[in-house]
Design a protein around this ligand. Structure first.
Ligand code: SF4
Length: 312
């Protein structure tokens, strides 16, 4: 008896091992990953290509913004609504599973690997809030968890699933060797929402321009994409100004459509500045002074003497 499943792929080692373990237990596996302005699908795409599995890439921006606006389980250390984000990804994968007529969704989670988010209770919470009870397989720790429907039906060989728990990576490293997996990114990183500095900029955007167009409710994609660009300041009139930090960022800002684009006066080399939404005309001369304060050759002391702005 065979079965088919979708395995969540981050591109990290555990998500790659999960695919191989599921295959060994008799499943045909495809990957599913998500992309937003907060994290990319690049690692997952690379891993899926190396494993030779089909990958479904789902845009997750609307889901993530909804969670940023209202995270039922709150945020982690920064602006990262991890518990709800993870459960929502599994729910979205479950919807895809149902539409394709597949048997299960899997993740590379290891019980006890992360004390807060991967203990037995949070694995159960995620399963419950994703609405996938009995169809969510964690092949790395399956033998420590209740059998899932494909295991009970004999479509997935429980004996070939694993019983890994805890923070040690020894068994994963040994398995990587066994499966010939050599290329994988470090376990942490990749999601901007976990970074404090990024979270501060995101919060500022939410409190001022907003993540959505006020009239239509559509996502402010441009403003979200720009969160990784430049130095950002909030001016006294309420506008934000973004200053390019190098030639690439200057070029990117010059290509955009903004309320105002400013360059250093007198042709001195320096940053391009963009004001995405102009709240007050009085901000324009202040933004221009700010640009001039960052021209080549100015020192931090020179810039410190320019006061009427706040670095975000
Ligand atoms: S780290 Fe980012 S992508 Fe991962 S669960 Fe948390 S919010 Fe979601």
């Amino acid at each position: 008896m065979s079965c088919k499943g979708l395995s969540l792929m981050s591109g990290g080692l555990d998500s790659q091992l999960a695919v191989r373990v599921l295959e060994r237990a008799g499943a045909e596996v495809e990957g599913v990953c998500f992309e937003t302005p907060f994290f990319s699908s690049a690692n997952a795409r690379k891993a899926a290509a190396a494993l030779g599995v089909k990958l479904h890439v789902l845009d997750f921006t609307e889901d993530e913004v909804g969670l940023l606006e209202n995270p039922p389980h709150g945020f982690g250390g920064a602006m990262n609504p991890c518990i709800d984000c993870h459960a929502t990804m599994i729910r979205r994968a479950g919807e895809l599973m149902a539409s394709l007529g597949y048997d299960f969704v899997a993740t590379g989670e290891v019980q006890g690997q992360r004390p807060m988010s991967q203990n037995k209770q949070s694995l159960c919470t995620v399963e419950k809030s994703s609405g996938l009870k009995g169809r969510l397989v964690r092949p790395m720790s399956a033998k420590l968890l209740e059998p899932t429907i494909p295991e009970i039906e004999g479509k997935l060989d429980r004996e070939k699933l694993l019983d890994i728990s805890g923070r040690s990576r020894d068994r994963q490293i040994a398995l990587a060797k066994e499966f010939g997996i050599t290329d994988y990114p470090s376990p942490a990183g990749g999601c901007k929402l976990t970074e404090e500095a990024y979270g501060r900029k995101l919060k500022d955007l939410m409190e001022h321009e907003g993540l959505r167009d006020k009239a239509t409710g559509a996502l402010n994609r441009t403003l979200l994409d720009l969160l990784v660009v430049g130095r950002r300041f909030r001016l006294p009139g309420g506008s934000s100004v973004i200053l390019g930090r190098d030639a690439n960022e200057n070029a990117r800002l010059e290509k955009g459509v903004f309320a105002a684009i400013l360059k250093p006066t007198n042709g001195i080399p320096g940053p391009t500045a963009a004001i995405p939404v102009l709240v007050s005309e009085s901000d324009i001369p202040l933004a221009q002074s700010l640009v001039n304060a960052y021209v080549r050759g100015t020192t931090p002391a020179d810039r410190a003497s320019f006061k009427p702005y706040q670095l975000i």
